[in-house]
Design a protein around this ligand. Structure first.
Ligand SMILES: Nc1ncnc2c1ncn2[C@@H]1O[C@H](COP(=O)(O)OP(=O)(O)OP(=O)(O)O)[C@@H](O)[C@H]1O
Ligand SMILES: [Mg+2]
Ligand SMILES: [Mg+2]
Length: 520
């Protein structure tokens, strides 16, 4: 008996096509550059890509290598004897009349990818997504419909570009799991350098199969980014539930069908009743891909550690980063135009290691200062100033950065002063003033942010008294005194700090305010 929860349980499986970023195409020596020359269509097309009679495919082993890197990273069993098949269909942008793919004997199968609640931000415990198979195949050309001239034009730049097709089991039972998987997969292909991983350009294309309970699946196509993927699944799930609740499932959810997404709703493209017979047959021109077992070991050795493992390293001793910061260093999301995760990671690690050398004692307590200043302050400033990290790497290298951190550590400048100083440096770094060397001592004087070593007690007392008078809020002062609102003391300290622009330590002000207000 199915429970009510199961009856309406969402089930999704993915079919993902990924363009490999090899130099040449899958079966020809034409350049693999599907979008590099949009203005010059049919530019990177060999006779084979255009399917001229008499041409034959020659397998590009760089594609095999990249497919193996991906397969091994996804924990697949590698097939040491795989081969290619012809999948027949007729379409303008497919001049051969068939696609070369791996139907009967794919290069890898039986893999998985784990999604973790912390790293992948899921509210379920670890979720294992099984990968049924991974195969190599050709991309097609592209058709462009010219509305003005009312004709379709064919561009074969993309014809025969290497693709990996990956099919998962229908293991996903929520939308966040699908999105988390895609982000993780996208990061993986970038990390091991097999694809640009961009959904927007079509380097990764995702079909989502959606079903409810035990009803047949619906395949969703034309999903160009993560938000359309997530919206389309939600829409389709609601649509199917409605059909089931109205008792129309026997009629409307009887056959598997393929639907598209127009931004608002899913629309029927075709039903599986009209499935095309692809007449698969082994390709007689291409030989088997025969692999020696040793290549698997060699590729394993050449792969970087997984992102998950790297994140866990940063979460622990000696780095102790927050999950957010560790992810920022390790995940290549390609979103920020001013720095890549690799650049930030290098800057952070170089600074961190230098810091360890110069400031060994009390290290545990202080090491977070590097992450805070690199990730929160430095990157924040670069975003504000629209300044790429690589432009400052030479002028303000980690060695200089550590000098700056030391000023904060030994109390020469306060946090507030430090923020001003850092911003000032970055703001002016490309001007003549800094060509050569950044003189931190000089800048501290110039910005007048040095913490006074001998503070004039009398003057500070006057300042604090006048803050209390000016605030003119006896109730607040009373609450601070009675200990009801202890935090409000910091409010007063904040005002004082701003007035002296961080030149006096907060502890100094705390002491004085406590004296005036007679707080123990
Ligand atoms: N009950 C189900 N609910 C949701 N998804 C399912 C269900 N059963 C299978 N799937 C998913 O459907 C997909 C099947 O893809 P596969 O490529 O094998 O077949 P296909 O879509 O029929 O073929 P093709 O698109 O290559 O012509 C897989 O991603 C699988 O996880
Ligand atoms: Mg499919
Ligand atoms: Mg398929």
């Amino acid at each position: 008996m199915t429970s009510i929860a199961n009856e309406y349980q969402l089930k999704c499986g993915l079919e993902i096509h990924t363009q490999l970023n090899t130099e040449k195409k899958l079966f020809s020596l034409a350049k693999n550059d599907p979008f590099g020359s949009i203005s010059s269509p049919n530019h990177h097309v060999s006779y084979f890509d255009a399917a001229l009679p008499g041409t034959r495919p020659i397998l590009n082993y760089e594609c095999v290598l990249k497919a193996l890197k991906l397969a091994i990273s996804l924990n697949c069993d590698v097939n040491l004897n795989s081969h290619f098949d012809r999948k027949h269909y007729f379409y303008g942008d497919q001049p051969q009349g068939y696609q070369l793919t791996q139907h009967y004997s794919p290069i890898a199968s039986n893999g998985y990818l784990n999604l973790h609640s912390d790293i992948d931000n899921l509210d379920t415990p670890t979720k294992k997504i099984n990968i049924i198979q991974l195969q190599l195949e050709q991309d097609t050309g592209m058709s462009h419909y010219d509305n003005y001239e009312k004709k379709t034009m064919i561009d074969l730049n993309r014809s025969n570009v290497p693709l990996i097709e990956l099919v998962t089991e229908p293991n996903f039972d929520s939308v966040p799991q699908v999105i988390a998987f895609l982000k993780k997969y996208q990061n993986l292909v970038r990390r091991i350098n097999v694809s640009t991983g961009n959904l927007e350009t079509g380097a990764i294309r995702v079909d989502v199969n959606v079903s409810v309970g035990d009803y047949p699946r619906v395949e969703l196509k034309n999903l160009s980014n993560t938000s359309s993927i997530s919206n389309a699944i939600k829409y389709e799930y609601d649509r199917q539930i409605n059909i089931i609740k109205q008792g129309k499932a026997a009629e409307l959810l009887r056959y598997e069908e393929t639907r598209g997404w127009n931004g608002y709703e899913t629309i029927k493209l075709r039903s599986k009743e009209t499935t095309i017979d692809y007449r698969y047959m082994p390709d007689p021109e291409l030989g088997c891909i025969r692999l020696d077992y040793s290549i698997i070991k060699d590729i394993k050795k050449s792969l970087p550690i997984s992102t998950d493992d790297e994140i866990r390293i940063f979460l622990n001793e000696p780095y102790n980063l927050s999950l957010k910061n560790a992810k920022l260093l390790c995940i290549q999301n390609g979103k920020n135009e001013y720095y890549t995760n690799g650049e930030v990671k290098k800057y952070y690690l170089d600074s961190f290691n230098l810091f360890r050398e110069v400031i060994p004692p009390s290290f545990e307590r202080d090491c977070k200062i590097i992450a805070n200043w690199v990730i929160n302050e430095l990157l924040g400033d670069l975003n504000k100033l629209e300044l790429p990290l690589k432009n400052i790497q030479e002028l303000f290298p980690p060695t200089k950065f550590i000098e700056f951190i030391k000023l904060l550590q030994n109390g020469k400048v306060s946090n507030t002063g430090g923020k001003r100083l850092l911003f000032y440096i970055l703001e002016n770094i490309q001007t003549k003033q800094f060509k050569g060397n950044i003189d931190l001592q000089y800048l501290i004087q110039k910005l007048n942010i040095e913490i006074k070593s001998s503070v004039d007690g009398e003057e500070l007392l006057k300042q604090c008294q006048s803050i209390i008078d000016n605030i003119n809020n006896p109730k607040l002062i009373e609450n601070i005194k009675s200990g009801k609102k202890k935090n409000s003391l910091n409010y007063l300290v904040g005002i004082a700090m701003r007035q002296t622009r961080g030149r006096v330590k907060p502890t100094e002000y705390q002491r004085i305010f406590k004296n005036i207000l007679m707080i123990k």
